[in-house]
Design a protein around this ligand. Structure first.
Ligand SMILES: NC(=O)c1ccc[n+]([C@@H]2O[C@H](COP(=O)([O-])OP(=O)(O)OC[C@H]3O[C@@H](n4cnc5c(N)ncnc54)[C@H](OP(=O)(O)O)[C@@H]3O)[C@@H](O)[C@H]2O)c1
Length: 290
């Protein structure tokens, strides 16, 4: 099977790239904006017709959550219009579309882990653009995987920021009243490949929404404390409230995802977030990527 990865230089795209060699039966083609700008219809259509992949794994996105409040149009173009184009062409050309979305489609008022068909109500421009993208991908019989708090050894993310602050500061304040689950992009990438292998070329047979994060639950404060502890930083982490750390884009106070559907459908085993954090930190500290 031939698999086209878009946004291949991002966190998730890079993790897929790292795993690709373990699956010689799959032919991966990695692109990022330089090779394939997913917002450019004149480029995307001939590219897909030429390459003829079985699957598109869309890892390309506009992910600057706060900046999106000021750049709504760009966020919509990348997170809604472009996936719509990929999914529409995919349906026409018989290419499966696996698209990645976010816990920020929820408003965070739940007290139980969110299921796939729980009420959505995005509170930010980013969340709204991702939700609109989801709707179009589903309309074209694609797969939408919602994930949360993604981190990896690549790009910018919370873990890398904490490691840096852990070296620079004696103490920091981290929000304790937002609850969710971190996701190591490596684990998500593995899950996506398992799904592709299980579904094969009958690409629209599992169309729908699936939730994926690591197992377990924590606040950003708990997550930060664990990062400091595991990396041996003496930096003191103090709990602060969301109100004490105002940001342009509101975040859901609670966005734990229920993963029963993806686990049962694809027989995927998901590691606890602490277990995956240890693995990612080992890579970061060993390779001195921080
Ligand atoms: N990061 C999180 O905490 C988080 C949480 C929940 C869900 N998600 C979702 O998970 C997915 C993967 O996130 P990520 O953290 O891996 O994202 P990322 O690191 O920001 O990677 C996105 C990639 O897409 C590229 N890109 C942007 N516009 C493009 C275009 N027009 N054409 C082709 N490529 C383009 C980016 O290039 P540039 O860097 O040059 O812009 C970047 O390489 C996204 O759908 C995101 O919404 C992320």
């Amino acid at each position: 099977m031939k698999i086209l990865v878009t946004g291949g230089n991002g966190q998730l795209g890079t993790e897929l790239r790292n795993l690709a060699g373990l699956y010689p039966e799959l032919e991966f083609i990695f692109t990022d904006i330089q090779e394939l700008d997913i917002t450019n219809q004149d480029q995307v259509e001939p590219y897909l017709k030429d390459i003829k992949p079985n699957w598109i794994l869309n890892c390309a996105a506009y992910t600057a959550v706060d900046k999106a409040e000021l750049e709504r149009a760009i966020a919509m173009k990348v997170n809604c219009d472009a996936p719509t184009l990929l999914a529409t062409l995919g349906r026409e050309l018989g290419i499966g579309m696996m698209h990645v979305s976010t816990d920020y489609v929820f408003d965070g008022t739940n007290h139980l882990p969110y299921k796939e068909f729980d009420q959505v109500n995005p509170q930010s421009a980013y969340g709204e653009s991702k939700l609109k993208g989801e709707v179009e991908v589903l309309r074209n019989r694609g797969i939408v995987i919602r994930t949360s708090w993604l981190y990896s050894a690549y790009g910018n993310n919370f873990v890398k920021t904490m490691l840096r602050l852990g070296k620079e500061k004696e103490s920091i304040g981290v929000i304790f009243d937002q609850i969710g689950t971190p996701t190591w992009a490596h684990d998500l990438a593995k899950a996506m490949i398992s799904m592709v292998i299980k579904i094969g070329i009958k690409t629209d047979s599992y169309s729908g929404i699936y939730h994926f994060s690591n197992e377990g639950v924590c606040s950003w404060y708990d997550f930060s404390r664990k990062i400091m502890q595991l990396s041996g930083s003496p930096c003191q982490v103090n709990p602060i409230e969301t109100a004490d750390y105002p940001l342009p884009a509101p975040r859901p106070a609670y966005s734990v995802l229920n993963k029963k559907k993806i686990k049962e459908t694809f027989k995927i085993e998901i590691p606890h977030w602490e277990q995956s954090l240890i693995k990612c930190l080992n890579l970061l500290l060993k390779d001195k990527k921080i």
